[in-house]
Ligand binder design. Structure first.
Ligand code: NAP
Length: 303
């Protein structure tokens, strides 16, 4: 496991090789290609990177500065998504050293540093849809756009089986990007009355009569049918934990900030095991992101 550093070093500052500013438009080209909006081959592909049938996109490292190489390594699992196939899910949580993602009252502005915020917007731009739970939608009232980076806004998906969110939320009213409010099919008519039918995705079987959490396994194929296959679950802790517990998450970016929140809102809350030997240890990579440390966890073996 290598510790990687996304902060410019003296070496990078002195480098004349192209960096992140030159790399990012190429990342967006890869995404347009995945969505069928750009034909093969990608422009300048041979100069910048190669496509390898088993290794995916491989950057020509001698042509880039160190910062660009690190960013490409971090984003490669998203960039390598094929143009077709099943839905693929990446999640994120920004947490304190003591495992909280917000204060008790719900304030999460900001757990992590500015680099992590840019990273969030990059993930939004590379994914087809960004998903948040009702708690995050209500407390943060997020726009879920890509305003800190170049790139298209993703479709915004709010998981709200109990129809808790109010129609005046920015994601439901600002028209900056399409938004889908996800609820059980039995409540779709009620949801349509509140936010408009075009913004409602009512799913049969999302909620069981016995109560309990939403069945996220019915959400993924429904989004896939709408052409939304690369999915970014941005929070909060309950929602990310449900995706993992139901085997619906492929990758997790866990950004740990050097801050102590105390008795705040928890990040991951998973069922757990009695014996330490049964606790999952997913393959992990570590990246430095300003003062924070980003853990990139590969959850696919557990799925
Ligand atoms: N640091 C980060 O990376 C990060 C990222 C996103 C969000 N956040 C913070 O995380 C917190 C929200 O996360 P979370 O884990 O509590 O929930 P969440 O995963 O966003 O949403 C899922 C749950 O929210 C419940 N919920 C809790 N409080 C609610 C409220 N005030 N209004 C409506 N629904 C509410 C819903 O209940 P029902 O199932 O009963 O409907 C649902 O179970 C916020 O404070 C937000 O600022 C932090």
């Amino acid at each position: 496991m290598n510790a990687r550093n996304l902060r410019p070093s003296l070496m990078r500052t002195l480098s004349t090789l192209p960096g992140i500013d030159a790399l990012w438009p190429l990342c967006l080209d890869i995404v347009r290609h995945r969505r069928g909006l750009r034909p093969r081959p990608l422009p300048d592909a041979t100069r910048h990177f190669a496509w390898h049938p088993t290794r995916g996109f491989v950057l020509h490292e001698d042509a880039w500065d160190e910062e660009a190489i690190e960013l490409f390594a971090l984003l490669k699992p998203v960039l390598d998504r094929p143009p077709e196939g099943a839905a693929w899910v990446i999640g994120q949580l920004g947490q304190s050293l003591d495992g909280c993602i917000a204060t008790r009252g719900g304030d999460s502005n900001f757990v992590n540093g500015p680099e992590a915020l840019v990273h969030l917007h990059r993930l939004r731009a590379l994914c087809d849809a960004v998903i948040v739970g009702a708690g995050t939608a209500t407390i943060d009232n997020p726009q879920l756009t890509t305003r800190r980076v170049a790139g298209e806004h993703p479709v915004r998906v709010l998981i709200d089986p109990s129809l808790r969110v109010v129609p005046t939320l920015r994601a439901l009213s600002d028209r900056q990007a399409p938004t889908l409010l996800v609820c059980d099919a039995t409540r779709a008519a009620e949801a349509a009355q509140r936010v408009g039918a075009e913004q409602v995705l009512g799913l049969p079987g999302l909620m069981s009569n016995a109560g309990g959490p939403p069945n996220l396994r019915v959400l993924l194929p429904a989004l896939q049918q709408r052409g939304l296959r690369v999915l970014f679950v941005e929070g909060g802790g309950i929602t990310v934990s449900r995706f993992i517990a139901q085997g619906c998450m492929d990758r997790l970016h866990l950004s740990v900030a050097p801050v102590l929140i105390g008795s705040g809102r928890p990040g991951l809350a998973l069922p757990g095991s009695a014996a330490m030997r049964d606790c999952p240890r997913p393959p992990a990579r570590v990246f430095r992101m300003g003062a924070d440390v980003l853990w990139d966890l590969d959850l696919q073996p557990a799925r």
